[in-house]
Design a protein around this ligand. Structure first.
Ligand SMILES: Cc1ncc(COP(=O)(O)O)c(C=O)c1O
Length: 396
């Protein structure tokens, strides 16, 4: 047998996807899948039209950092947050995921560390593993709305190997929205300690009160930040696999170009759809926000009828972190997937442990994604209530 790397052996399976096999095995039960951020929302018609109209006799490679027209469209779109952005500040990537891997690769050599307010998007650990880096958690709490940690708390996690800070704004799974003052404080912190800022803004257009600030808006962050965006959520195009890495720092962009050359280039067909997406008017964003607000309100209202739950109202994105009165939410999620059904239906939830470097810290939490239409979310909450009753009867 060949010897395989320790770093992939120690990588745990995605918390979001690990229940899939159990769910697939129960073909007589229909599941409400609120464990994964896959919206049931139609992809905007002009994007689908661009795919239908895509003409090519040869499906060629495109340039490593993306087609000029796509980079130009993205630069124009992001200029609403930062004047002076041109195509040279944008790299097109295979999803926000690849943009994050590149950002981590630009920041870190093997063994280096990236701070992340915890709980954080579970795949940051997988991306860090890919480049041999390590995510170091900085604690936040449900009770104070998962607010950005103080400088003192951030400082306590610093080591000589710290190279960057990564966060999602709005947050997945927290729904926390960092305003401009937070990003200014974080920028000053990163200036003081020589760190790169990786601002994951794939939910930037989905918020319910004040909009999140973009790192692109902070002049002092220009030379030390990378902004990540994606077609997946705002444009409901998860399967397009199209994202962006944006930075004012041209040295960073040259490093990203070199990384991108090794995988040749992002898909031209997907870029045609992205160009159509970036030309949509404001109505699309207003509608998207209204749609998720209705879903979050519906889910919160339905959950308020379940005794013993603790929930924080998200300010953005489309997830809820819910504290449950069970000793181990991973076992509970498995029970829902494997054993529980009511009238032939059950629910799939994401256990909280996967959003922490130490899963013990998320043992009383689950994440729910408001990705289904309101009536389905009401039924999902009802199934959660019935599932909780059945589970507690079983373990008590
Ligand atoms: C916070 C965050 N960042 C990045 C991604 C990856 O997005 P993409 O589908 O563009 O790779 C996701 C997907 O759920 C996410 O929630």
């Amino acid at each position: 047998m060949p010897t395989l790397s320790d770093r992939t052996a120690s990588l745990s399976e995605s918390a979001i996807r690990k229940l899939d096999a159990l769910v697939a095995a129960r073909q007589n039960v229909s599941f409400y899948r609120v464990n994964i951020g896959q919206p049931d929302v139609a992809t905007p018609a002009p994007m689908l039209q661009a795919i239908r109209e895509f003409q090519a006799e040869v499906l060629r490679y495109g340039p490593a950092s993306g087609l000029p027209a796509c980079r130009q469209a993205a630069a124009r779109y992001h200029s609403a947050w930062s004047a002076g952005l041109g195509p040279e500040h944008v790299a097109v990537t295979t999803g926000g995921s690849e943009a994050l891997i590149y950002a981590f690769a630009v920041a870190c050599d093997p063994g280096d560390e990236i701070l992340a307010p915890e709980p954080f998007y579970t795949n940051y650990q997988g991306f860090a593993c890919t480049v041999g880096a390590k995510v170091v958690p900085v604690p936040t709490s449900l009770q104070d709305g998962f607010a950005l940690p103080s400088d003192a708390v951030l400082e306590a996690s610093l080591t000589p190997r710290t190279r960057a800070v990564v966060f999602a704004n709005p947050g997945n799974p927290t729904g926390a929205v960092y305003p401009r003052a937070d990003l200014e404080r974080l920028t000053a912190f990163c200036q003081k300690h020589g760190l790169l800022i990786i601002s994951d803004e794939v939910y930037r257009r989905i918020y319910f009160q004040d909009p999140p600030a973009s790192i692109l808006e902070i002049p002092e962050a220009r030379q030390r930040s990378i902004c990540i965006d994606s077609m997946s959520k705002t444009w409901s195009a998860c399967g397009l696999r199209l994202g962006f890495l944006i930075s004012h720092n041209l040295e960073i962009m040259q490093a990203v170009e070199r990384l991108g050359q090794s995988r040749l280039g992002p898909q031209p067909l997907a870029q045609a759809a992205a160009i159509a997406a970036l030309e949509l008017g404001d109505a699309h964003y207003v509608e998207t926000r209204a749609l998720y607000k209705e879903r979050i309100d519906t889910l919160l209202e339905a959950l308020s009828e379940i005794p013993g739950l603790s929930v924080h109202r998200p300010a953005g994105a489309f997830y809820l972190m819910v504290q449950l009165p069970v000793p181990d939410t991973e076992a509970f999620a498995r029970f829902l997937a494997q054993d529980f059904a009511h009238e032939g239906e059950s629910i799939v939830v994401a256990p909280g442990g996967g959003f922490f470097t130490d899963p013990e810290r998320g043992k009383d939490l689950i994440r729910l994604a408001a990705v289904l239409e309101p009536a389905k979310l009401r039924r999902a909450a009802e199934l959660l209530k019935l599932g909780l009753e059945a589970y507690r009867a079983r373990i008590e």
